[in-house]
Ligand binder design. Structure first.
Ligand code: 0O2
Length: 224
């Protein structure tokens, strides 16, 4: 079958069969366990950080496993053989975690503290905050290797962790809607406006960070 001409119905059918296999179900359970491991690490850091600095570094954590249709669609698009082994080897975003912070500084601190841990291996780091995408997308993406401990032994899993501020997340969720909407009148103008919003939100993040620093510094003086 020519991967370029596969219809959405065919993808759905292939995904249905692929996701029914025992191997697929087992591996997806492992990915779920890997998400739980990272979430626990982040929750521990959040608790400890709040003791030390009197605030929580993150507002919320979201997680998701990529849907079978999206997995199959991407594997076909990238000419990856449709096997569970190749999926584990080649796909890096099956397990995803999104950490939403109020402040940019906290987001970087949290990411550093996570990758410093003994059993966490950083595979790659994409800093779309320092280097935003041309459309204005900003986030810090870490691809992490984490072991999970099973009755049969240890297994290494890949998890993609995205760190964003609330403002970056707001922007990304609006941008995401644009991707799935067809027939938008003057899509070019919308893209342009979104870029302006991304820049405005980036300035706002910087100002909020400044306000937080002032509040923290004055708060310390009061306690002296
Ligand atoms: P979903 O539904 O969030 O999972 P790849 O992921 O391999 O196709 P690449 O370049 O390796 O491509 O990934 P990259 O740039 O690290 O980005 C992957 C994920 O980041 C996306 O996953 C989105 O979640 C997010 N992302 C990246 N660019 C944008 C953007 O311009 N707008 C928005 N809203 N999100 C973005 P998925 O699989 O596309 O989507």
């Amino acid at each position: 079958m020519d991967n370029l001409t596969v219809t959405s119905e065919q993808v759905e059918e292939l995904a249905k069969n692929f996701s029914r296999t025992d191997d697929f179900v087992r591996v997806m359970t492992y990915y779920r366990c890997a998400i739980m491991e990272i979430q626990t690490k982040l929750n521990v850091l959040n608790q400890e950080f709040s003791l030390q600095y009197d605030r929580n570094p993150f507002e919320s954590i979201e997680s998701r496993l990529k849907k079978p249709e999206s997995i199959v669609e991407k594997m076909l698009r990238r000419n990856i053989p449709l096997t569970v082994e190749d999926m584990e080897q080649e796909m890096t975003d099956i397990a995803g975690i999104r950490v939403i912070c109020s402040f940019q500084e906290d987001l970087y601190n949290l990411a550093d503290l996570l990758v410093e841990q003994d059993d966490v291996l950083l595979i790659s780091r994409k800093d779309y905050i320092a280097n935003p995408k041309p459309n204005g997308y900003r986030s810090l993406h870490l691809l992490i290797d984490i072991p999970i401990f099973l009755s049969q032994g240890k297994k290494h899993m890949k998890v993609e962790v995205q760190f964003r501020t609330i403002a970056m997340d707001f922007w990304a969720s609006v941008d995401h809607k644009l991707k799935y909407k067809k027939n938008i009148r003057d899509a070019e103008a919308v893209v342009g406006k979104l870029k302006i919003c991304a820049d405005t939100l980036a300035r706002m993040d910087a100002e909020m960070e400044e306000i937080r620093r002032t509040i923290d510094a004055d708060g310390e003086k009061l306690h002296e």
